[in-house]
Design a protein around this ligand. Structure first.
Ligand code: SF4
Ligand code: SF4
Length: 265
């Protein structure tokens, strides 16, 4: 009798679905993956069984509602390996900008009956609620990294993590540095690799969608951005964007916001 295939689930939390689409965009590779694993829950692709016990669970999205808080606990219990995918799941995502503002106040301004909106005051990453075995960053996540993680887990080896900065990917691709050559406020010097330096290779600045790299020198980059003519609030916003919930970027953003209120003499 053939051995049972490992079971895989893809769960959605507060998100735009873009990371699930990155999964679907794997095309033929996704069909090959379906030969190796049994995909038991992936609502966007068809199968629906959110309470299934699985070997590998991918989780997209942040925890933003009381219902999310309960659901992630159940998913953790049901999953041997839990992998968070994308900026929403790893750092709280764009929606974590509300952590820095008056979220309930915004809801009251936008909705006629805000009492029907049951959201938490903050948007937080999955790892803030349950142990996570692997985090794949990016907005959206890179399908190649998702496949690599599944392959590693199928062979019972620890998936390799990207650690370099986007700058190194530019060098590998022989891309001209947009910060030096064009004076663009590129975040590549502090941003994790994984995208293949997509934006600089098309002549635009990186806006840090893959989150902080290992040991990012945010202070030095902030000063360099200031040297390009950005006012402190603009520097702060470069850090407080898609990954504002990542500690290294949150700290850098706070630092530059303080310069707004406490200008140098
Ligand atoms: S990380 Fe980006 S692409 Fe993925 S779900 Fe969140 S907003 Fe969408
Ligand atoms: S270059 Fe930066 S903003 Fe562009 S895809 Fe890569 S990490 Fe994201």
């Amino acid at each position: 009798m053939a051995a049972a295939k490992p079971r895989l689930a893809v769960h959605k939390f507060s998100s735009c679905d873009g990371c699930q689409l990155a999964f679907l965009n794997l095309g033929e590779d996704l069909l090959r993956l379906a030969e190796l694993v049994e995909i038991v829950h992936f609502a966007e692709a068809g199968p629906v069984d959110p309470d299934a016990v699985v070997d590998i669970a991918f989780v997209e999205g942040s925890v933003s509602t009381p219902e999310d808080e309960e659901r992630i606990q159940k998913i953790r219990k049901n999953s041997r390996h839990l992998i968070s995918i994308g900026a929403c799941a790893t750092a709280g995502g764009l929606q974590a900008l509300r952590n820095l503002a008056d979220g309930p106040g915004w809801i009251a301004e936008i909705y006629a009956q805000p009492e029907h909106i049951h959201s938490l005051a903050t948007s937080t990453p999955i790892a803030a609620h349950v142990p996570v075995d692997l985090e794949l960053w990016g907005c959206p996540v890179n399908g190649r990294q998702v496949l690599g993680a599944v392959r590693a887990l199928l062979f019972e080896v620890v998936p390799a993590l990207e650690k370099d900065k986007v700058c190194l990917e530019c060098k590998r691709h022989q891309a001209v540095c947009v910060l030096v050559a064009k004076g663009l406020p590129c975040m590549g010097p502090v941003t994790l690799t994984g995208c293949g330096a997509l934006c600089p290779r098309f002549g635009r600045d990186c806006y840090a969608c893959y989150g902080p790299a290992e040991n990012p020198n945010a202070t030095a980059l902030g000063r360099r951005l200031e040297g390009l003519g950005l006012v402190p609030e603009a520097v702060a916003r470069r850090f407080l964007f898609i990954n504002s919930g990542a500690p290294a970027f949150a700290e850098a953003g706070r630092h530059w916001r303080e310069q707004v209120h406490d200008p140098k003499p």
